[in-house]
Each structure stands twice: as structure tokens, then as C-alpha cells.
Design a protein around this ligand. Sequence first.
Ligand SMILES: *Cc1c(COP(=O)(O)O)cnc(C)c1O
Length: 238
Amino acid sequence: MPPAVADLAGARDHVLEVIARACSRAGRDPAEVTLVAVSKTVAPERLTAAVAAGLTTLGENRVQEAEAKVAAVPGAAWHLIGPLQSNKARRALATFDVIESVDSLDLARRLDRLAGDAAAAGRFPVLLQVNVDDDGAKAGFDPTDLEAALGQILELAHLEIRGLMTIGRLVDRPEEARSTFVALRRLGERLRSAQAGLGPALSMGMSADYAIAVEEGATIVRVGQAIFGHRPHPPHPA
Ligand SMILES: *Cc1c(COP(=O)(O)O)cnc(C)c1O
């Protein structure tokens, strides 16, 4: 195994082990948790090694950066995890397999219309991003607004609404993130009990706090630096 692949395989094993231990504490099956390796700023050559190391679901936060990588790195599924401007919606649909960052009814409608035009088989999978902490710096639906808009979103014929996503606050200690994850899980439970059609996915947890997110029910964790190492500057906005 080339050294770059062996390094990344070791990092993957470590993260999967942390996920497995968190699952065992919570009485969950690790097969319920998808690891999205967040590859923003990581070069395509290294991502080719990542795919060879078994990191086959990659997360990017910019459409343009991802387009170049998707063309250069075969064999991966790609999740958009960053804010999507409506003028890039068409390109995002063509580039990504899942869009985790749908944060408004307008964007959902636009994606639905474009996904319908594309006439691809089936519905395009998305998650609804929620700002559960009511953090002014973060994108996402306000929980109350989401509750009001959800009926209209679930009627969109060309989208599959797999579940919810959140970006936690920056915290000093991982344990402080727990309340955010609990809030997202409860919001999902409440929304699903009120109306059918919202999927059970919960995308929450990053390098600093993914173990806690898994304890609280994450089905997708988005882990970058714990796999690829410290990101160079300038940091990308989340
Ligand atoms: C960058 C990013 C991550 C990963 O952060 P790490 O600290 O590198 O694990 C997760 N989610 C989103 C939305 C991001 O932008």
C-alpha cells in the first residue's frame, strides 16, 4: 500500500473506532453511521489516495472547488455541506450526490424545479440545514420557520428529504456541543410525528465533537481535520 494510502487508512480506522465506541455507549449499530470525509482544501491527488483507503464519501463546501475534484477523483460519493447560492444550484445538482445544506424554502423549490428538468431517475437526496442554536453567524432554517415550511417542502416531487443537518457552535469543550445535537434530534422527532415524509437522517458532528454527536443519534458525521490533518489558511467559512 502506498504510504499516502496507508496513512489515510489509519486515520479512517481511528475515526471508525471512535464511532464504534460511541455507538456501543449509546446502544446503536455503527452501520447506521456514515462517515463523510470533509475534503475542502485537500488536493485531488490526496483524495484519490483517500478513496483507495476506503474514504468513499467526501464532503465539500464549495461548488466550484468540488467540480474540479469530482472530475479528477472517481469512485466517491460527494456531499455538499456548505451554503449554496441559487445561481449555482444547477451545477450543484450536476456535481453532488447529496446536498446537505438546503437552508430555505426558495432554495428547495429551485432545486426541485431543476431536478425535475434534469429528468434523472428518482428524487434528488437533500438534507435541511437547521440553525438550532439560533447563531447569527450560521446558515440554516430557524426551527420555527422550518416547521411552517416543511409541508410545502415535502410536497416537492423531485426531492427526497432525507433528514436534518446542523453545524454546531464553536465550543471550548466537545461536551458543550451535546445540547445542540439533542436539539436537532428532538426537532427531527417532533417534525416526523407531525407529518410523514421527512427522513430520519441527522448530519451532525465534526472533528472536535463527532463522538458526542454519535451518542446523540447522528447518522452522518462530517469529519475533516481528524482525517486529513490541520487545514491550511485561509479557513473556509462553514
Ligand atoms: C469544514 C466543515 C466540517 C469539518 O470540520 P473539521 O473540523 O475539519 O472536522 C464539517 N461540516 C461543515 C459544514 C464544514 O464546513
